[in-house]
Design a protein. Sequence first.
Length: 199
Amino acid sequence: MLNVVLLKKIWLKKEEVPILVIRSSFLHWFWPSLISGALLFGAFFLMYYLWQYGQWGVALFAAMIVAAAFIFCRVLYEYYFTCWVLTNLRLIDLYQRGFLRREISEAVYNKIKDVYAKKSGLISGLFGLGDIFVSLEDSRVKLGIGKVRGYGRAISEILLQQENYQKNLFDEKERRAQYMLLKIKNKIGREAFNELLGD
């Protein structure tokens, strides 16, 4: 489901329509989530012992809970804002690191040279996750997103949008050419136009 908050961050163009959001699996953030869970579990496991030390123990207990909540909120924030957004005009790559650092890059479909996926590692193999890469023409830039569930469908959708974009671009050029020929025909007259074309 496309989310309004996410779409406000990317400033869609006038006739741009969002098609699909591609996100990494939550397993991509496995280790930070594990640390958050371990802190929370540790706080409640040691609660009885910590509270025996009075206010210092309660302060340590509270600090462990706050740290666990902070880490987990950061993981959720990064998970939500690290994605690819496919529209009918371009591929937008959002990368969120922490609460303050966000990088946004984009690739117009006719600049995409190659789209491919790699599947490596035990976790990726067990859960059917793959890393998707997009290389751009005339550039050494490569966009990537890791541990995507349903990476085959995502690649198919990127290629489909690329085909649609190129078809629309060709149709637009053809419409412009027909319009220009019609203007020339009206300007010089039908007979002169037919003579110019050799008919």
